[in-house]
Structures are given as C-alpha cells and as structure tokens.
Design a protein around this ligand. Structure first.
Ligand SMILES: Nc1nc2c(ncn2[C@@H]2O[C@H](COP(=O)(O)OP(=O)(O)OP(=O)(O)O)[C@@H](O)[C@H]2O)c(=O)[nH]1
Ligand SMILES: [Mg+2]
Length: 251
C-alpha cells in the first residue's frame, strides 16, 4: 500500500474518525503510523485492557488469542489483535495468514485483526508500536491483544507498552532456559504452560515456578503459572480471570 503523506489537520481528523464502527479509518491510521516514524498520537484515556502475548515460535500464542476471542466474544466484549513480528521484514497479508489462526473471527465486526509490519526498522519499532496501540485504544475496544513472536530483546521492548504480559510456553521446548536468558521471567505477569495434553507440561510448570521463586523480588504481583490446552480452550476461564485480576491490581 502506498501511504500518502498527510498534513497535521488531516491526521487529527483521521484520528477523530477512528472508532469501533470504522475499521477502515482505523486500518488507515495504523498504516500511516507504521510508515511515518514521527506521528504524534495523543495517549488515550480509554478503558481498553492491553495484553501482550509472547513466547517462542509455535508454543500456541495465536491459538491462545483465538480461544480468548471466542470466550470474550461470548460475553459481548470487543477485541483488537495486533500481531507483531519484530524479526521479519515481511509485510501484511502473507504473515497474517501464516501466523494467526483466527479464521473464524475474521468476519466478526466486533473483532479487529491486524498484522504489524515492522519493515526491519528495529530502532523505530518501539515508537511505532506505542503509537499503534494508542490509535487502537482511541477506537475503544474492551481488550487489545498484542501477539509477538519470540523471546528476544525486541519482544521485551514491545511488551513495555502493554499492561499485562502473558508468556506462553510449551512442554519440552527448553523454554525455561531460554526465558531466563532473554529476561522473559522478569516481564511475565502470567505464565501459561500450553499443550497440557502433552507429556511434561506439569514438569515445565514446576520448573518455571521454581525459577520464578529463585528470582523473586518483593513484588506487588506474584506471577501466576497456569496450565492449559488452548486448542480445546482448556484453562481459558482461569486465563481470563488471571488477566482481569492483574488488571484490577495494576489500577
Ligand atoms: N497438542 C496441542 N497442540 C496445540 C495446542 N495449542 C496449539 N497447538 C498447536 O501448536 C501449533 C502452533 O500453534 P500457534 O497458535 O500457531 O503457535 P504460535 O505460538 O502462535 O506460533 P508463531 O506465531 O508461529 O510463533 C499448531 O499446530 C497448533 O495446533 C494445544 O493445546 N495442544
Ligand atoms: Mg502466532
């Protein structure tokens, strides 16, 4: 998509028109922010909950987001999903089709799904993500999920802009060791050991709990470790309640 440069009044008008009912304007504003590193977006006072979902490739982050959407939609909540891949310069559609398994929700007008192309400008990623989250907040969704792949430094950067960080892990992937290296243990508010239908999930959860215990600081929030099988929505109620509980605590 070619993004034409905008004058300030035009940009302000576009921001004003961003709402739940105008996905087109929302998409346009996001594209603009993706391309213009210096856009100014007023930080919103909206009540949207912003939740980061991170973890190694293939652990089930998108499956988790999918299960969250299904459950929250049944409560009438509105949801936006931003899928960020800091390591990949691939843009838009292809990435989205590949990475997000949210097919059934694409046609739901109360669910906004967007892949964020970072076009390799690592330095600008944080600022861009912050602007984009603020734009989506202006639209007033109940929940905004930010999915980012991997457990490296750039994911840690992205997670600075969310209120609640859910780290997804899976049994038998050596996630515990990787996590402690990348500082994921420090940023996680909730740890979901997914694929509990597979061997080793309980052990992974136990290992994780002891690593968290070792690195424990005096905290106002003690990170929660949950087990789940998101493909079958097993543990989804507990996950949503943990997310909401963390939101209450951080007010
Ligand atoms: N056995 C089992 N498999 C699962 C579960 N949840 C997800 N999977 C499978 O794990 C694979 C990866 O799931 P995704 O949700 O795409 O994982 P992801 O973390 O979003 O992957 P990337 O975005 O590529 O990093 C898929 O084949 C899923 O079907 C689960 O609860 N149990
Ligand atoms: Mg994914």
């Amino acid at each position: 998509m070619t993004v034409v440069s905008m004058h300030e009044p035009e940009w302000q008008a576009l921001l004003k028109s961003v709402s739940l009912k105008s996905p087109r304007e929302l998409a346009r504003a996001i594209s603009y922010a993706e391309n213009e590193l210096t856009v100014q977006v007023p930080s919103s006072t909206s009540a949207s909950r912003v939740i980061g979902i991170t973890g190694s490739p293939g652990v089930g982050k998108s499956t988790t987001v999918n299960a969250l959407i299904t459950s929250l939609r049944s409560e009438g909540k509105t949801i936006a999903v931003l899928a960020v891949d800091p390591s990949s310069p691939i843009s838009g559609g292809a990435l989205l089709g590949d990475r997000i398994r949210l097919g059934e929700h694409f046609l739901d007008p109360h669910v906004f799904i967007r892949s964020i192309a970072t076009r390799g400008h690592l330095g600008g990623l944080s600022a861009t993500i912050e602007s984009i989250i603020n734009i989506v907040k202006l639209a007033g969704f109940d929940y905004i999920f930010v999915e980012t792949v991997g457990v490296g430094q750039s994911e840690v950067e992205v997670m600075k802009f969310v209120e609640t960080v859910v780290v997804v892990m899976a049994p038998g992937m050596g996630d515990g060791i990787q996590a402690s290296k990348a500082g994921i243990l420090e940023i996680g508010d909730i740890f979901l050991v997914n694929k509990s239908d597979r061997d080793g999930a309980k052990e992974t959860a136990k290992e994780l709990e002891s690593s968290l215990h070792l690195s424990a600081k005096p905290l106002s929030w003690i990170p929660l470790v949950l087990l789940g099988a998101m493909e079958k929505s097993v543990g989804i109620t507990e996950l949503i309640s943990a997310i909401n509980q963390h939101g209450e605590k951080s007010k």
